[in-house]
Ligand binder design. Sequence first.
Ligand SMILES: NC(=O)c1ccc[n+]([C@@H]2O[C@H](COP(=O)([O-])OP(=O)(O)OC[C@H]3O[C@@H](n4cnc5c(N)ncnc54)[C@H](O)[C@@H]3O)[C@@H](O)[C@H]2O)c1
Length: 440
Amino acid sequence: MDDDVYKLNPSYTKTCLHSSSSQLSFLSSRVSRRRNCAIRPFHRVQPTRISCSTAPNQVQSPAVQTQDPKSKSDCYGVFCLTYDLKAEEETRAWKKLINISVSGAAGMIANHLLFKLASGEVFGPDQPIALKLLGSERSFQALEGVAMELEDSLFPLLREVKIGIDPYEVFQDAEWALLIGAKPRGPGMERAGLLDINGQIFAEQGKALNAVSSRNVKVIVVGNPCNTNALICLKNAPNIPPKNFHALTRLDENRAKCQLALKAGVFYDKVSNVTIWGNHSTTQVPDFLNARIDGLPVTEVIKDRKWLEDEFTETIQKRGGVLIKKWGRSSAASTSVSIVDAIRSLITPTPEGDWFSTGVYTNGNPYGISEDLVFSMPCRSKGDGDYEFVKDVIFDDYLRQRIAKTEAELLAEKRCVAHLTGEGIAFCDLPGDTMLPGEM
Ligand SMILES: NC(=O)c1ccc[n+]([C@@H]2O[C@H](COP(=O)([O-])OP(=O)(O)OC[C@H]3O[C@@H](n4cnc5c(N)ncnc54)[C@H](O)[C@@H]3O)[C@@H](O)[C@H]2O)c1
């Protein structure tokens, strides 16, 4: 049998669906580790809720009710039921179910993202998925609300939903971990305080990924400050290749493409090769030197260098803050779109000659950027989930100076979280203007 494709065969029998099973995952190797439970015929199964724990044939009470937060990571509601194959599906080839864990799943960004994932927009119309949703103790009720909305959406590709507040349970076998949940900076909180409070979340989640996720899990850190959170996470997950960790800077890239298109008077599909260098903060560097419009260098199309250096750069750096002022909340829909873009950039081959930006581990980078940071850089992918650095980029003094500034900021952030990366005692000497794009 093909490794990636499982052909459902009606002659199989299946175990009941308690924890994370579906007919698809039943066929995967994970099933052998599941608890004993009643054997059911494989197809035409009546949707009866079966418990697999101590009393195999007991019918459980309805699942759509507030769960005891102590047993937080069981399958949710309708997703605990057997999936009843239709006749035409029995011989159909399906891809193997993939496990996607999402933290901050009751938050605003996730509220857009989860429905894109479940619809097939991200991984394709023939890719069944399992969603494992991590919330905080406070957001658990809201998390149940999210799961109820997923139930009510009747997505054919969504085969499992689990909700929970323990990352060791929710990250089990994760092949993608989308780490969105983080605490916002409270009134009067220093940036060092934010780094510490969120860093602790990402240290714990790194440990959990290290313990229970797939060894090849791809991690995209969205929660801010996302570069340093990603660094903390990877340092706490020594069994997972550091290369697998990303900090989301794709929203900044998308914003830069839009502003360049606007200035040049072209639609944004004409803009390519845009790099965001460095930190997802107001020191980030949207690179107009290497960017192209309709295949031409941006500097040949937009001849106003002062606009590029000052207005364009600052617009991208502060776009998040301006949006908060207008909206009264931070960008959620466009962030979720950019997470989709970031995933799709890793699972589809990068178009010839183009590249994308992502915050990744700097070791081995060809640009002379300090090692051991998570820094946004230009990358290409063959579509296998991996990426490589782009080699043919050019630098001038302006770009070098700007990159040095954002690099200095990330080095300072790293010193400030040394207690969370296993590198000794933290020392915070953060530069003054290190606001996140979403902060005012
Ligand atoms: N990288 C980017 O481009 C980018 C863009 C926009 C927002 N962000 C960041 O994304 C994060 C989330 O934004 P949002 O608008 O969805 O916020 P939100 O406040 O709507 O949602 C965050 C959710 O995370 C939960 N949470 C808190 N701590 C958690 C933990 N330890 N484990 C699991 N869940 C936890 C909260 O209960 C809340 O439900 C913020 O840090 C924001 O600054 C990043």
